[in-house]
Design a protein around this ligand. Structure first.
Ligand code: V55
Ligand code: FE
Length: 492
């Protein structure tokens, strides 16, 4: 039997299947120079279906994880790319076809894979304690070798994690070195159960906290402060009726309020210790950063009025509204010493921005600089090369929260960018002293370049443009590991 990929937006244009593992030394530097003191690796992941989808069409979010590694040293860049070989990937690879069905809907799977872990490891490539984690929020963390990109398998952190899921957006506490993570749907598909985890730098689970959300929903990202873990809880929800009817897993329910949950980051915390703050219905995908000064908590995150994901629509049946789905960097504050029931919200920027990133050495601490992928509607877009498979995110944006100034860099009418990543100039360089690396999508030629910017001078444009010799697709998240981070491994 032969199958072909569907000619739909998820599989055409820039999202045409690529599926290439690769090792290429010394990529071509088309413009500028790679700073000679940059030494480490930039890891990022793109969802990419190994086989045509079981049910005909599919959303990109259901593709298998393909991990890219840009190893930069001595003014050169080498490229490596491998599949994240999840249990799903291996079962399908053996069968030579797709066996798992729709996104987060086990009712659509082939009988032969019932009960298997459905994770795709397609959302983040994260380094902690010398391990590379390929992450998808519906399953445990998948461990890969950061040097060879070989998959080692799922981990329960020394076998101790009792929840079923681990977030794609963990954080590392800069003082303790602990990996701070969480799970939602922690007792299985559609369950309201939440977990918070801290994992030591040697990969051992230190403690777990369990509680329930007011309703089942996607909890895609969170923030830590020195003392608290912060969870935006918003009504991107689902139920078994939706899954039985083969509707998109998530729908946005504007009849439900949003919440901010404040969880003390210490062993022994129970559901009774958690403070809940209510707010008007809103959509929050990713968080920038947060900190607390005693009882006063500040959380910065892009927020929209309604869903920003057309494939997870408003449940009332309203068509997708790109204006209501536009995200703006906002600041939520609460004071635990007061008897407040609501969080306070304030807009920080007029840029339409998502994929927020910052210098992660100040995770959970008061910080100054943030970078985002920005949609600048004032710039022309020429839709050449077929489907862009999503939004045209044409601009890199930076906010300086100390001076209140902003910078932007537009990548042109036929290009869009993927998530930026901050690279410190050296281990002890001041906050923001370093570079931004990101993949730029050349939509017309269906190729990609890696751009390097001076982090606080992005409006000047890239200081290096590096041609990527294989065709990439839209990617999600990535992270930088310095050579010191990688040295934790004896074989690097
Ligand atoms: C997101 C991405 C996902 C997912 C849930 O960016 C949320 C949000 C790539 O997969 O499964
Ligand atoms: Fe994400």
């Amino acid at each position: 039997m032969t199958t072909t990929f569907p000619k739909t937006p998820s599989f055409t244009g820039f999202n045409t299947p690529s599926r290439v593992e690769a090792d290429v030394q010394d990529l071509n530097v088309e413009q500028g120079t790679i700073p000679s003191d940059m030494d480490g690796a930039f890891y990022r992941v793109q969802p990419e279906h190994q086989f045509p989808p079981l049910l005909g069409d599919d959303i990109a979010f259901n593709g298998d994880g393909m991990i890219s590694m840009f190893r930069i040293r001595g003014g050169r860049c080498d490229f490596h790319q491998r599949w994240a070989k999840t249990d799903k990937w291996k079962l399908e690879n053996k069968a030579g076809r797709a066996l798992f069905g729709a996104y987060r809907n086990p009712l659509t799977d082939d009988e032969t894979v019932k009960g298997k872990i459905r994770g795709t490891a397609n959302t983040n490539a994260y380094i902690h304690g010398g391990r590379l984690y390929a992450l998808k929020e519906d399953s445990p963390a998948l461990v890969m070798d950061p040097a060879t990109l070989e998959t080692q398998g799922y981990t329960l952190f020394d076998g101790k994690m009792t929840g079923e899921t681990f977030t794609a957006h963990p954080k590392t506490d800069p003082d303790t070195g602990n990996l701070c993570g969480f799970g939602y749907a922690s007792k299985g598909v559609l369950t309201k159960d939440m977990t918070y985890y801290e994992v030591s730098p040697n990969g051992e689970l230190l403690f777990e906290i369990w509680w329930e959300n007011p309703y089942y929903c996607m909890v895609h990202d969170f923030a830590i402060t020195r003392d608290y873990a912060l969870f935006p809880v918003m009504p991107m929800t689902s139920n078994w009726e939706r899954l039985e009817a083969k509707q998109p897993h998530f729908g946005f329910d504007t009849t439900l309020p949003s919440y901010l949950a404040v969880v003390p980051r210490k062993p022994g915390t129970t559901a009774a210790d958690i403070r809940w703050f209510k707010g008007p219905t809103c959509f929050a995908g990713h968080v920038m950063n947060a900190w607390n000064e005693g009882a006063k908590i500040t959380l910065d995150l892009p927020v929209a009025a309604n869903t920003m994901m057309p494939f997870f629509p408003d449940m009332s049946g309203k068509p997708f509204d790109p204006v209501a789905g536009s995200t703006y960097l906002s600041r939520w504050t609460v004071d635990l010493s007061q008897n407040e029931e609501e969080y306070h919200a304030q807009k920080l920027s007029d840029m339409i921005g998502e994929f927020p990133k910052f210098d992660d050495r100040v995770t959970g601490r008061k910080y100054r600089y943030g970078w985002m992928v920005v949609i600048d509607p004032s710039q022309p877009v020429e839709m050449k090369g077929g489907s862009a498979g999503g939004w045209v995110m044409n601009t890199l944006g930076m906010v300086d929260l100390e001076t209140g100034t902003e910078q932007k860099y537009w990548v042109g009418p036929t290009s869009s960018i993927q998530e930026p990543c901050f690279v410190p100039r050296s281990k002890n360089a001041p906050e923001g002293d370093g570079w931004i690396v990101l993949v730029v999508n050349r939509l017309e030629s269906r190729s990609s370049d890696l751009l390097i910017f001076e982090a606080t001078q992005i409006s000047r444009g890239p200081i290096a443009t590096i041609n990527i010799p294989v065709r990439l697709r839209f990617g999600l998240h990535g992270n930088w590991a310095s050579v010191e981070d990688l040295n934790v491994l004896d074989h690097v």
